[in-house]
Write a protein that binds this ligand. Structure first.
Ligand code: DOR
Length: 443
């Protein structure tokens, strides 16, 4: 557990002040009810009608949810602090309603040893949200030699991935799964067969042909999804599939789960909101891995989230400096920001759109289901006395327009500029501390 820096002007934490959330609707894994909530120290101490407290927040019309949990955050530290830091990324997370993030290990150096895990967790102790980290599967994410997963698992790492690239070698991936099974950790894959994606910069289809840009087929993702499901069956390992983007992947995951395999999957907001047509102006803001796909894939991802084939929405928040994103499309790095937009995009696209999800369904995929995948025991918990006070307060009716500022991120690669969305984070409470109040970070 990370220590959160406490400032006197932020009510909550260990300051002995009772923080009252008055008049909201609690939505968690156990259901939905009208109730006041009182937070004292690091815990929820009371949930019910007509409660009182020392500091009161009037949240009539708002929803109190367990804090959101992001399984896929690029915090860029160590190594690319000009694009993001643990401090700036965690502030963006808190503003987006997140109380926990899982940092991806494609940093410089890679998070592939106990020493680097320790460094990241140490930096995370002063952050606005709980910072966990994934560990790399292979040394330097080079895909050649297994990383010392046991020493990282001993520090609490529960999920391993070479994200940014997939592990190409079938035998090495089999060994990683065998090793991971013994350690009781989850293997997470960035599914991309390098032989099919090398030299490409967008999805292969009508738009890549029209734009004259080299495209990668959906099969570059799907072949690795297929292989890893087969290896999960062979080894009995737990497998989590990162940023799933194609209809074929969704169908294979549904079959694997129906067959009883320990396979989970996530999709990113951009894969249920944007299509490859966004690349029409050669604007590298829309370049991402896996690439934006066609309409059929976007609809399949939304449907997969709705029927819980894909049980988590993960941001793949991938900050890149403006000078990098201003490079020509084929040379620019892939990735887009997500932490401050995911909740509103999910409500707008998945609740108000054809997928027809409930708000509780969206919150399940943003909070308690991802918390369970990463085994974050203090997050995604029911809002009940004795539970950790990791909460967010959402105004589901507030509408707003996404701007180009990039919010709290050090980067500005926002692909949603000008989009009208519904759902705004009002307050975020992390370990009992009010880290975001009225949409403003308190640190
Ligand atoms: O678009 C992406 N950007 N996909 C990845 O897998 C890595 C990420 C990054 O680190 O920028």
């Amino acid at each position: 557990m990370s220590e959160v820096v406490r400032l006197p002007e932020r009510p909550g934490g260990d300051d002995g002040v009772d923080l009252l959330l008055r008049g909201g609707i609690v939505v968690d894994a156990t259901g939905e009810r009208q109730a006041d909530v009182v937070v004292r120290g690091r815990e929820v101490v009371a949930v019910g009608p007509d409660l009182s407290g020392d500091v009161e927040l009037d949240i009539r019309g708002c929803v109190v949810s367990p804090g959101l949990v992001d399984l896929h955050t690029h915090l860029r530290q160590p190594g690319r602090e000009e694009a993001e830091t643990i401090e700036s990324g965690s502030r963006a997370a808190a503003l987006g309603g997140y109380t926990a993030v899982l940092a991806m290990p494609n940093t410089t150096p890679a998070i592939d040893s106990a020493a680097v895990v320790r460094e990241v967790l140490e930096l995370g102790r002063a952050a606005c949200c709980d910072v966990h980290t994934a560990g790399a599967i292979t040394v330097d994410r080079a895909g050649e030699q297994l990383a010392p997963m046991a020493e990282m698992a001993a520090l609490g790492v529960t999920l391993f991935t070479d994200d940014g690239t997939g592990v190409q070698d079938d035998l090495l991936m089999r060994r990683a799964m065998e090793y991971g099974r013994g350690l009781d950790v989850t293997l997470a894959q960035h599914c991309e067969v390098a032989a099919l994606s090398a030299g490409t910069c967008m999805h292969e289809g009508e738009w890549s042909a029209r734009l004259g840009l080299p495209g990668q087929p959906a099969e570059a993702e799907e072949l690795m999804v297929m292989r890893d499901i087969a290896l999960a069956r062979l080894t009995g390992a737990r497998l989590h599939l990162l940023h799933m983007s194609t209809a074929g992947s969704v169908a294979m995951i549904a079959a694997a789960r129906a067959g009883g395999l320990a396979v989970t999957a996530e999709s990113a907001p951009h894969h249920f909101t944007l299509t490859d047509a966004c690349c029409a102006d050669y604007d590298a803001t829309f370049k991402v891995h896996p690439p934006l796909r066609g309409e059929r894939d976007v609809a399949a991802v939304a449907a997969g989230l709705a029927d819980n084939t894909i049980s988590a929405i993960a941001t793949d928040h991938a900050p890149h400096c403006p000078e990098d994103k201003e490079l020509p499309f084929d040379q620019a790095p892939p990735g887009m920001l997500g932490l401050e937009y995911a909740l509103a995009l999910a409500i707008t696209q998945l609740v108000d759109g054809p997928a027809g999800m409930s708000l509780a369904g969206v919150l399940a995929r943003l909070s308690w289901q991802p918390a369970a995948i990463a085994r974050m025991e203090r997050h995604g918990r029911p809002v009940a006395p004795g539970e950790p006070a990791n909460l967010c307060v959402i105004d589901p009716e507030a509408t707003w327009t996404i701007d180009a500022s990039g919010g709290a991120s050090r980067s500005r690669n926002v692909p949603y500029v000008g989009r009208e969305v519904r759902g705004k984070v009002r307050h975020t409470i992390c370990e009992g501390v009010l880290v975001v109040r009225d949409g403003e970070a308190q640190q």
